[in-house]
Write a protein that binds this ligand. Structure first.
Ligand code: ADP
Length: 669
């Protein structure tokens, strides 16, 4: 071997060494670069052997799993960092994909060193002959935020969905972006029907209301809070009252639309309106009642003043003639007073719905004759004419309530006379053609007439044509209210035609029925007769009468009235006394007050009827009472009374009742 060769070989070795040295330096540099790259990567990176043990891992990988340095995991099994469920998933789902495609990527739950699970994003790549490369990223924070966001939005969603108020969100142009179930419920629209549409077209406002778009524009232009109530239309066309609160919706500082709350307040509005109406009604009723009381007081004082004054004059009068004149005036005023009190009583009965009609047979022609007899002279006295126009076909016998019918016509006729100065009054009665026995009554006058405005009111209780009428003509304003109600009870309607200055026509038709049986029985306005059995009062002059009455003045009055007619009267102060006297003496007739101390009239009558039973003959008992209710009357007949006289009564009423009792045949009612 030559030295040259040796030298050159040596050179070669040196050169190679230098190259190797160079390569080593480079390799080390590269290794440093690699580890710098790997250790500074944001993701965890590892290389696993085919049996899934760590061959290499970078620092982030160790940290993700909770280890301080990679060295702690090198050689350890990768599987120890996963729970049984994830390992099963690895075997079942991931490994086959890795084998087939060479890589897999997905979310998987790892386990940190302290045992707590965490979410990671994992990419696995199979390296032939080496094992696997595994890149993982801790996404637990992102997941947690995602979960929180989902929870938060579910919460907000629930707020909107469950809101008892209707919620609507409109975009800048007023198109519907969102509605909640309450909004759907208020307007009956389903979500998909209205999303993207403009509110005005859907829940179009009533004319008097502003449009939703106006409010939207105001909110968009920065008005703080829009609050309004309006009428809006539902899908089915019904109008509802809504109350709306709206604000501009700003997202990240810029306006994106309008957010509004709707509340259906129809029910409340209705209740409020009703309350208001009731309040007004109560107020006006109250006012009308005060006016009425003032009127009544005035009306009562006028005849009372006459009664008191004239009585005083009568007491001090020198001559019989003067006394007679005074007492006549007293009697007239007392009649007026009675009429007024009857009106008030009728009215309160109507108010209490206690007024009921009778259905009794009566002679129509006779009844009309009586009416004419009263009103003809009244007109003549006033210097106006009175004419009648009765249909020739009118039936003789009718069934109805002649007393109440007379009351209505008397009211109408008295008004007609009262308000007519020239011309006259006509009473017309005919068949109305509505039914076999329907009668049409009409009272026409040529008086002052009634203005259209007054026409509306005069049928209401307590009201008169105008306030001044009261002072000029008197009256309580009850007559027409009572009449209209009575006609209504008779299934008719009181109509009015009138022209101011020319006169008025009041008319009504009522269905009566024809009487099947004729009866000559008369019913007086004041006394009602219904016999229990045959009454023996053949001659009703000079009767022996027992009077049960506790009030001394009334006792004296009745005694005087009866004695003047030739009767003999025994007075009992109460029912018990009446019973005792009855047991000792015989009487032709008993007049029985109903309300008395110790024993009232009902009980006394019952006892008398018991004593009578089978022993003595039937003594007629006539009730005397200041109660005018139908129930009282019925009770009288129930306990065995024969007739009924309402206080105050006149001697002529008593005569009428006595006549009725002697003529009485049982009446079919
Ligand atoms: P009053 O007791 O005041 O007469 P009404 O109820 O009978 O009460 O009548 C009420 C009002 O109706 C009267 O006050 C009067 O203004 C008007 N009125 C009734 N009938 C007539 C009529 N025939 N002509 C003109 N006005 C009438």
């Amino acid at each position: 071997m030559s030295s040259v060769n040796t030298m050159s070989e040596l050179e070669e070795v040196r050169r190679r060494l230098a190259v190797l040295e160079e390569e080593k330096l480079q390799w080390e540099a590269e290794k440093r670069i690699h580890s710098a790259v790997l250790d500074n990567a944001l993701d965890g990176i590892a290389v696993l052997s085919p049996d899934q043990r760590y061959r290499y891992l970078n620092e982030p990988h160790a940290r993700i799993f909770g280890y301080d340095s990679p060295g702690e995991l090198v050689g350890e099994s990768w599987r120890s960092l996963y729970g049984p469920r994830e390992l099963a998933r690895f075997r079942r789902d991931i490994l086959p994909v890795l084998r087939e495609k060479g890589h897999w990527r997905g979310e998987i739950r790892g386990r940190r060193r302290n045992g707590l699970p965490f979410d990671q994003l994992l990419a696995l790549t199979a390296l032939e002959g080496i094992g696997f490369v595994c890149v993982c990223r801790d996404i637990s924070a992102r997941k947690r935020v995602q979960r929180e966001v989902a929870q938060r939005s579910a919460y907000l969603e629930a707020l909107i969905e469950n809101s008892p108020l209707g919620i609507v969100v409109l975009d800048k142009d007023g198109r519907i972006e969102l509605i909640n179930p309450a909004f759907q419920q208020i307007f009956h629209y389903r979500r998909k029907e209205i999303l993207g549409r403009k509110l005005d077209g859907l829940i179009a406002p009533r004319q008097e209301n502003r449009k939703a778009s106006e409010y939207t524009a105001r909110a968009m232009s920065g008005e703080q809070l829009i609050r309004f109530s309006a009428k809006r239309r539902r899908k089915d066309g019904a109008w509802i009252d809504v109350e709306v609160h709206g604000v501009r919706l700003d997202v990240d500082g810029s306006p994106v639309g309008v957010y509004a709350l709707y509340q259906d307040v129809s029910e409340r509005k209705r209740a409020e309106a009703e309350l208001q109406k009731a309040k007004e009604l109560a107020e006006s009723a109250n006012q009308a009642k005060s006016e009425f009381l003032a009127n009544v007081s005035h009306e009562i004082r006028t005849p009372l003043n006459a009664i008191i004054g004239m009585t005083e004059l009568a007491l001090g009068s020198e001559t019989e003639e003067e006394r007679h004149d005074c007492l006549e005036a007293v009697s007239l005023s007392a009649d007026t007073l009675l009429e007024l009190i009857n009106d008030i009583l009728d009215f309160s009965k109507i108010e209490a719905r206690k007024l009921r009609l009778e259905a009794i047979p009566f002679d129509l022609k006779e009844w009309l004759g009586d009416l004419t007899k009263v009103w003809g002279p009244q007109c003549r006295e006033k210097g106006i004419s009175f004419s009648t126009d009765f249909d020739a076909e009118l039936p003789d016998q009718m069934v109805g309530d002649p007393t109440r019918l007379r009351q209505v016509l008397s009211n109408l006729l008295s008004n007609a006379v009262k308000f007519t100065e020239e011309g006259g009054v006509t009473l017309a009665v005919g068949l109305s053609g509505d039914g076999p026995a329907s009668l049409r009554f009409q009272v026409e006058d040529s008086g002052i007439g009634i203005s259209p405005e007054a026409r509306e009111r005069i049928f209401e209780a307590f009201t008169q044509g105008d306030g001044s009428t009261t002072r000029r003509f008197g009256g309580t304003g009850l007559g027409l209210a009572i009449s209209a109600h009575l006609v209504h009870l008779m299934k008719g309607r009181l109509d009015l035609e009138s022209e101011v200055g020319r006169g008025s026509i009041f008319s009504f038709s009522v269905p009566l029925s024809r009487a099947r049986r004729t009866s000559s029985h008369r019913i007086s306005d004041n006394g009602h007769i219904r016999t229990q059995g045959q009454v023996d009062l053949e001659d009703h002059e000079g009767l022996r009468i027992l009077l049960a009455e506790d009030n001394p003045v009334n006792q004296r009055l009745a005694v005087r009235l009866l004695e003047k007619r030739g009767h003999r009267v025994t007075v009992a102060d109460n029912g018990r006394q009446a019973l005792e006297i009855y047991e000792q003496c015989r009487f032709d007739l008993i007049l029985m007050d109903l309300q008395m101390p110790e024993m009232g009239g009902y009980e006394a009558t019952e006892r008398i009827r018991q004593l009578e039973n089978g022993r003595s003959k039937h003594v007629p008992i006539v009730a005397l009472t200041a109660h005018a209710l139908r129930e009282d009357r019925e009770r009288c007949f129930e306990v065995g009374m024969d007739a009924y006289l309402c206080k105050p009564f006149k001697s002529s009423d008593l005569v009428e009742v006595l006549r009725g009792l002697t003529q009485a045949a049982p009446v079919a009612t």
